[in-house]
Design a protein around this ligand. Structure first.
Ligand code: 7TS
Length: 413
């Protein structure tokens, strides 16, 4: 058990902020208030240093050269794989596949499942997915004739679990759901989703893109079949991510791309594939990105996920309370279990207009449908203003957001 009183006294966002050089910059003549962490998080100096050290010290291609630089790069890259394995409590390092990000991981699995599905099979998605966890499955259904079913949600932005249990049957082959919704912040009951799907023999892919920066998932305990994340949402660089797959599934799935590194032997008559994880890692990967992903995990773990969760919960509670003091402001996503996202609108004002005025004040938020159009359709709105928080944000920044929204409201009304 973590001693919460210790966290409260040792967690100091002002000290942590010093690790993030970008937080010192000004935008439109104002100090930057960065509240677009759900789109991408900022990068601490420790990760920037890792990237610079790689290009200055041992940039080389991996798994192929006998020379020292190549050995050093290979060791660092494989060490990063081990760090990812450890962080997510994954049983075997060959179950960790480096990808370019969440979207890549989902497409890899969706394409691979083409050979396993047929007409009459069903796959199931939740009503609150990012487009990257909808479109690849629709494409899979088009290829195979399988049917896409949707787990509905209620007005609070929670999945209706009773409906989920009713929809499940022996026809269900795959269920995919995000751990945390990027548009609403809802933390979904993935333990229950996984357990129930397994009872009917369906596999489960959990999109951890939004959860990974806030919740440390134990993938063995979850018993999930696939879990995908992007490093850039958890203090790492863009262009790299992880696909976790249970070994039995990864052995069954065909390779996603053909090329160098993923083969055992090639002749013009026949090619045999490399063992895991290389079977899914064709071509030169994002070597530096993978190593920096490992450094990002080291950085976040040095702060500690218990401390991060506790601090962010308090920040979101405070921001919710303060924003709701504004007349006509409505928050979308009021689930009992939610994390660092607040999506809102002000009656009669377009979210884009609020976002533009906030930008003039140096405050970065995202506006629009957040690549989750079905959620916007559900609420019958064109989009929302989304403030998304990280452990380096402060209550002073929340105050600036609230002041900014009030100012935008008075200008636009
Ligand atoms: N799944 C979820 C839940 C996401 O939030 C995102 C990105 C993705 C998948 C795709 O991740 P990528 O790294 O492959 O692009 N979400 C957002 C967002 O909310 N604003 O910008 C990107």
């Amino acid at each position: 058990m973590t001693d919460k009183s210790t966290i409260a006294t040792t967690f100091d966002a002002d000290v942590i902020r010093k690790d993030f050089p970008i937080l010192n910059r000004q935008v439109n003549g104002q100090p930057l208030v960065y509240l677009d962490n759900a789109a991408t998080s900022q990068t601490p100096q420790q990760v920037i240093d890792t990237i610079v050290e790689y290009y200055q010290g041992y940039n080389a291609n991996i798994h192929r050269g006998v020379h020292s630089l190549s050995q050093e790069a290979t060791d660092a890259y494989e060490m990063a794989r081990k760090k990812i394995q450890e962080h997510f409590n994954i049983a075997k390092s060959q179950e960790v596949i480096f990808t370019s990000g969440t979207t890549h991981g989902i497409n890899l699995v969706a394409t691979g499942f083409s050979s396993f599905l047929k007409k009459g099979d069903e796959v199931m998605v939740s009503a609150m997915e990012h487009h990257s966890n909808i479109v690849p499955w629709q494409m899979l259904c088009e290829r195979t004739g399988a049917t896409l079913k949707v787990i509905p949600m209620n007005v609070e932005g929670e999945l209706i679990m009773e409906e989920y249990h009713n929809l499940l049957s022996e026809k269900t082959k795959l269920v995919f759901c995000n751990h945390v919704s990027n548009a609403l912040g809802t933390i979904n009951p993935i333990e229950e989703i996984i357990e129930a799907a397994h009872k009917v023999g369906a596999a489960v892919l959990i999109d951890g893109a939004q959860a990974a920066a806030h919740i440390k998932a134990d993938l063995q305990a979850l018993d999930v079949d696939f879990y995908v994340v992007s490093a850039h949402k958890m203090c790492g660089p863009t262009g790299v991510g992880m696909l976790y797959g249970k070994e039995e599934w990864l052995k069954k799935l065909p390779p996603y791309q053909g090329g160098g590194e993923m083969i055992a032997e090639v002749t013009f008559e026949k090619t045999t594939y490399a063992d895991l994880p290389h079977k899914f890692e064709a071509g030169t990967p994002n070597i530096c990105g993978g190593i920096a992903f490992g450094a990002a995990l080291d950085y976040m773990n040095s702060i500690g996920f218990d401390a991060i969760t506790q601090y962010e919960e308090e920040l979101v509670r405070y921001a919710t309370e303060q924003l709701l003091t504004i007349d006509g402001l409505k928050i979308y996503g009021t689930a009992k279990h939610k994390t660092s996202v607040i999506s809102f609108n002000i009656e009669g004002i377009h979210p884009y207009d609020i976002g533009s005025i906030l930008d003039k004040l140096g405050i970065a938020v995202r506006t629009g449908h957040h690549c989750a159009q079905p959620i916007m359709d559900f609420y019958k709105i064109p989009g929302t203003v989304r403030a998304s928080f990280s452990f380096y944000n402060t209550k002073e920044e929340v105050d600036k957001l609230v002041e900014g929204v009030k100012r935008a409201k008075s200008m636009l009304e």
